[in-house]
Design a protein around this ligand. Structure first.
Ligand code: G6P
Length: 606
C-alpha cells in the first residue's frame, strides 16, 4: 500500500526513482510523484494516475539531479488527485508517506493556528508541516520530535532543503528498508524496487529513523541513539520480477506454479521421504502436544488457511479455527497459552494479519508465520517462520503464493499428524509422495489454458454469478469467486453448495452462470444434485471435476476435466483452473489484469 523510493548517489535520480516506482506499482497506483534536488533546490513533480503519466511529465520537463524521493499512492485520505499525490512540501522539507496518521486533525489545528496553510486533503501534509515547524537545522532532531507527536502508522521518506544529497526515513507499522549500493544508497518499501542496482539491505525496526548519503547509512532509534541491524541479501533476481515474455505478470505467475511448488515442497522432504521443518529451524516441540490451532490471514491467504484447516483436521485431528485477521483482532479471541497461532501472508506486511499476530503473542500463544517475503515484519515478529518459495509475486491478484501456502499447510498437516500419532510413518511417506506428485497435476491443469479461455465467453456472460462447492471445494470456490470479481469487476458470490437452498437460490434466473467445484468424490453426488436444482431454475452450469468423475450430462453445460488424484490433493489443479478462468475473463473484457481498480497488493493499513 503506497510504494516508497528514496535515492542518493551518482545516477540520475529520476531514472532510479521511476525504475523503483514501476517495480513497486503493485502497492498502489492512483497517483505518483517525485521530489529531486536540481541545482541544490528541491523540485517536485506529481500527478494523479499511473506512474507512466508521471514518467511522461518528467520526459516533457526533465529534472536533473542525483538525489530524491518518489511515491506511488493508494489513496486513504483524500481522492486521487494532483494535489493529494505525494510528496507534500513544506518550507524545509518534502515528504512522502505510507500509512495513516490517526491524530492528524488535532495536529492540523495546531499548525493552522501557527499560520501553516494546507493545500491537500491528506493526513500526510500534516507531517510535512509538523516536521518543518520543528526544524532548527538538524533533520534528525526535527523528525524525532515530530514522531513523538504522530500517532498511527507510517513509513516516511524525506528530503530537507538544507541537506542536499541526503534522504531521511522513519517507520512505524509500515515497511521500510535501507538498501546498500556502491557509492549510492536507497530507502525503499521493499527490495524488489531496486534489484537492478542492489540486493543488500537493512530492515528498519519500528521507531527507527534513517539517514542515507551516497557513502553512508546511519540508523537511529527514536531517541536518536545509533542502532545496527544485520545486513540481508535478497534471493530474488531481476528476471523473476519481470514479465519474461508473458502478456501479464499474472499469467507468468500462474505458469510459475509448478516450479514454485516443487521448490517449496522439496525443501521440506527429508531423504527418508518424510516431511520436516528442520531446515527452517522449527523446534520439534512446536508441534508436540499441540491441542488447538488458530489461523489468521486476509484475502487469498485466508482461503489457503481454510484449506489448511481441512487438512490439519483430516490428517492430525487437531481442531483449527480460521479467522479473517481484521475480525480476529477486534473480537476478543480466546487464546490459550498452548495454542499455536499461524499467520499466513504473502507480503508479510498485511496490517491486520500483523496486528492479529501481535495480539496472539501478547496473550501467550506460540506463533508461526508462513510468509513469502524474506525479512518482512510478520516473518520477523513470529516466534517461528517458514518461508514459502514463490519468488516475487507482482500481479495484485495472488496466484502462486496461494499454491505454495497450501503446499506448506499440507506439509504442516502431515507433520502434525505424525507427531500426534494419527499418521504412521508409512502412511505419511505415501501422502508426502502424493503431495509431491501434485506438481504434475498443476502442469496438466496449465495445459488447459486454451480450452478454458475458449469456455469463458459461453459461461461467464452475466454481471452476476455463483461459485459453489463442498469441503475443500468450498474454500476453493471462495477463492475462485474472489479472483473473478477482483479482476473482472463482476458480482460473484461463493456458497457452500448445500447453502444455496437457504436463500441464494432465489437469485437464480434464466441463464445465470453457476460454476461448481466438484473435485471431492465423496460429496460429488450432493454437489451434482445442487447443480440440477439450479439448472431446473434456468441456470447455466460449469462443472470442474476429475477426469474420471461420472456425472449425468444433464447437470452441466460445460465441464473442465482435471487430472485424477485422491480427493485431498485436488486443490492444486482446481485452483489453477479457476485462476485461468478469471484471467481469461479479465483479458477478454479488456480489464487491467495486473492492476485491478481500487486494489493494492500489500495492504499495510487496516
Ligand atoms: C491484498 C491482496 C490479496 C492478498 C491479501 C493478503 O488484498 O490483493 O491478493 O491475498 O492482500 O495479503 P498477504 O500479503 O497478507 O498475503
Amino acid at each position: 500500500m503506497c510504494g516508497i523510493v528514496g535515492y542518493t548517489g551518482f545516477r540520475q535520480a529520476t531514472e532510479v526513482l521511476l525504475t523503483g516506482l514501476y517495480n513497486l506499482e503493485y502497492r498502489g497506483y492512483d497517483s505518483a510523484g517525485v521530489s529531486v534536488f536540481e541545482d541544490g533546490v528541491i523540485q517536485t513533480v506529481k500527478t494523479q494516475g499511473r506512474i507512466q503519466k508521471l514518467a511522461d511529465k518528467l520526459a516533457a520537463a526533465p529534472l536533473h539531479g542525483n538525489c530524491g524521493i518518489a511515491h506511488t499512492r493508494w489513496a486513504t485520505h483524500g481522492v486521487p488527485s494532483d494535489v493529494n499525490a505525494h510528496p507534500h512540501c513544506s518550507e524545509h522539507v518534502a515528504l512522502l508517506h505510507n500509512g495513516i496518521i490517526e491524530n492528524y486533525l488535532e495536529i492540523k489545528e495546531e499548525l493552522l493556528a501557527k499560520g501553516y496553510q494546507f493545500v491537500s486533503q491528506t493526513d500526510t501534509e500534516v507531517a510535512a508541516h509538523l516536521i518543518s515547524s520543528l526544524y532548527t537545522g538538524d533533520p534528525l532532531e526535527a523528525i524525532a520530535k515530530a514522531l513523538e507527536r504522530i500517532e498511527g502508522s507510517y513509513a516516511f521518506a524525506m528530503v530537507f532543503q538544507d541537506h542536499p544529497n541526503r534522504v531521511y526515513g522513519a517507520r512505524k507499522d509500515s515497511p521500510l528498508i535501507a538498501a546498500v549500493g556502491q557509492g549510492e544508497n536507497f530507502i525503499l518499501s521493499d527490495i524488489s524496487a531496486t534489484l537492478k542496482y542492489t540486493k543488500d539491505f537493512y530492515v528498519l525496526d519500528d521507531g527507527d529513523i534513517v539517514e542515507i548519503s551516497p557513502e553512508t547509512i546511519r540508523i537511529f532509534n527514536h531517541q536518536l541513539q545509533p542502532v545496527s541491524h544485520p545486513l540481508n541479501t535478497a534471493h530474488w533476481n531481476v528476471e523473476q520480477a519481470q514479465k519474461g515474455g508473458y502478456d501479464h505478470f499474472m499469467l507468468k505467475e500462474i505458469f510459475e506454479q509448478p516450479e514454485a511448488f516443487v521448490k517449496t515442497v522439496a525443501r521440506h522432504i527429508l531423504p527418508d521421504g518424510l516431511p520436516s521443518f528442520v531446515r527452517d529451524n522449527i523446534p520439534e516441540d512446536l508441534f508436540q502436544g499441540c491441542r488447538r490451532i488458530q489461523i489468521v490471514a486476509c484475502g487469498t491467504a485466508m482461503y489457503a488457511g481454510m484449506v489448511g484447516k481441512n487438512l490439519i483436521e483430516r490428517f492430525a485431528r487437531i481442531p483449527v479455527s480460521v479467522d479473517v485477521a481484521s475480525e480476529y483482532r477486534y473480537n476478543n479471541p480466546i487464546i490459550d497459552k498452548g495454542d499455536l497461532v499461524i499467520a499466513i501472508s504473502q507480503s508479510g506486511e498485511t496490517a491486520d494479519t500483523l496486528a492479529a499476530l501481535r495480539l496472539a503473542k501478547q496473550q501467550g500463544a506460540k506463533t508461526l508465520g508462513i510468509v513469502n517475503v524474506f525479512g518482512s515484519t510478520i516473518a520477523r515478529e513470529s516466534d517461528h517462520v517458514i518461508y514459502t518459495l514463490a519468488g516475487p509475486e507482482i500481479a495484485v491478484a495472488s496466484t502462486k503464493a496461494l499454491t505454495v501456502q497450501m503446499a506448506m499447510l499440507y506439509l504442516l498437516a502431515l507433520c502434525l499428524g505424525m507427531e500426534n500419532g494419527q499418521l504412521d510413518r508409512e502412511r505419511c511417506r505415501t501422502l508426502t509422495a502424493q503431495l509431491l506428485d501434485c506438481q504434475n497435476h498443476i502442469q496438466q491443469a496449465l495445459s488447459l489454458a486454451e480450452p478454458i479461455s475458449a469456455i469463458v465467453p459461453g459461461i461467464i456472460d452475466r454481471e452476476s454469478l455463483f461459485f459453489i462447492g463442498r469441503g475443500l471445494d468450498y474454500a476453493l470456490a471462495l477463492e475462485g469467486s474472489l479472483k473473478l470479481k477482483e479482476l473482472s469487476y463482476l458480482h460473484s458470490e461463493a456458497y457452500a453448495a448445500g447453502e444455496l437452498k437457504h436463500g441464494p437460490i432465489s437469485l437464480i434466473t434464466d441463464g445465470m452462470p453457476v460454476i461448481a467445484l466438484g473435485t471431492q468424490q465423496s460429496v460429488l453426488p450432493k454437489t451434482v444434485s445442487n447443480m440440477k436444482e439450479v439448472k431446473a431454475r434456468g441456470a447455466k452450469t460449469l462443472l470442474i471435476c476429475k477426469k474420471s468423475a461420472k456425472v449425468d450430462t444433464d447437470a452441466y453445460d460445460f465441464r473442465i476435466d482435471l487430472p485424477d488424484c485422491p480427493d485431498e490433493f485436488t486443490p492444486f489443479a482446481a485452483i489453477v483452473a479457476m485462476q485461468l478462468l478469471a484471467y481469461y475473463k479479465a483479458v477478454q473484457s479488456g480489464c487491467d489484469v495486473d492492476k485491478p481498480r481500487n486494489l493494492a497488493k500489500s495492504v499495510t493499513v487496516e
